[in-house]
Ligand binder design. Structure first.
Ligand code: ADP
Ligand code: ADP
Length: 207
């Protein structure tokens, strides 16, 4: 589904990724592990179209990232993003936060999605009325509302306790079994054991 060839990236002159080659299959649950500063975020950013690499190719299905004409449309149609900090808007309800990603989604659709995540009772709550684990589930719902083919998550459990972290990874596993490709960067090797395949990055290289 995603093929990366001879990918390198420099920030100014500092090497962040060196000659990465990998192939991700549809519906695979993939983890990218490595120490802080190893290049995980950079790799995820390139894979998810957020960052143009200094050199190399990324091909998604039949589309080379170099040939994408309308990046906003491409992202909306294909990709969901989840970050360490959930970036929910505090003055919007859970439902309204999800509508930010898809203004046409009906309350019924959002309710169904929240039900899948076990938080349908929170639909009219505000972010500061719910717990950290619940907020991250809302962020996952927001990433899922457009039925993306692939979800990218950068340290999605960085702010969660071990129980909630495990829950998030089990949720990802369920989504992958239903056909969504999940690519998650984490520094937590134990969580990575829950994924189908793990790539380790060290000093910008895949080892
Ligand atoms: P990780 O996600 O594994 O912590 P990153 O991909 O964030 O690693 O960082 C890889 C390397 O690139 C590090 O040396 C980091 O300092 C550097 N780096 C990351 N982002 C930037 C940036 N925006 N500008 C300059 N250097 C950066
Ligand atoms: P989690 O394990 O998901 O982080 P917490 O221990 O933070 O859960 O929260 C436990 C319960 O307390 C949750 O059901 C949540 O609804 C409630 N709660 C947590 N934080 C707040 C808050 N800031 N305001 C109101 N209720 C909260």
């Amino acid at each position: 589904m995603i093929k990366v060839t001879n990918l390198s990236h420099y920030y100014n002159k500092d090497l962040a990724l060196k000659d990465i080659n990998l192939e991700i299959k549809k519906a695979q649950f993939v983890s990218i592990i490595g120490e802080s500063g190893s290049g995980k975020s950079t790799l995820l950013s390139v894979l998810s179209t957020l960052l143009k690499p200094s050199s190399g190719e990324v091909v998604y299905e039949d589309t080379n990232y170099k040939n994408i004409k309308n990046i906003d449309n491409f992202r909306r149609e294909n990709i969901g993003f989840i970050f360490q900090f959930h970036y929910l808007i505090n003055y919007l309800s859970v439902k309204e936060n999800i509508n930010l990603a898809n203004e046409k989604a009906s309350k019924e659709e959002i309710f169904e999605l929240l039900r899948l995540l076990g938080i349908e009772n929170l639909i009219d709550k505000y972010p500061n009325e719910i717990s950290g684990g619940q907020r991250q589930r809302v962020a996952i719902a927001r990433a899922m509302i457009n039925n993306p083919k692939v979800i990218f998550a950068d340290e999605p459990t960085g702010n969660l306790d071990s129980k909630n972290s495990l829950n998030v990874f089990e949720l990802f596993s369920t989504l992958a079994k239903k056909g969504t490709t999940i690519i998650v960067a984490t520094h937590d090797k134990n969580l990575a054991l829950k994924t189908d395949i793990t790539y380790e990055v060290k000093d910008g290289k895949l080892i």
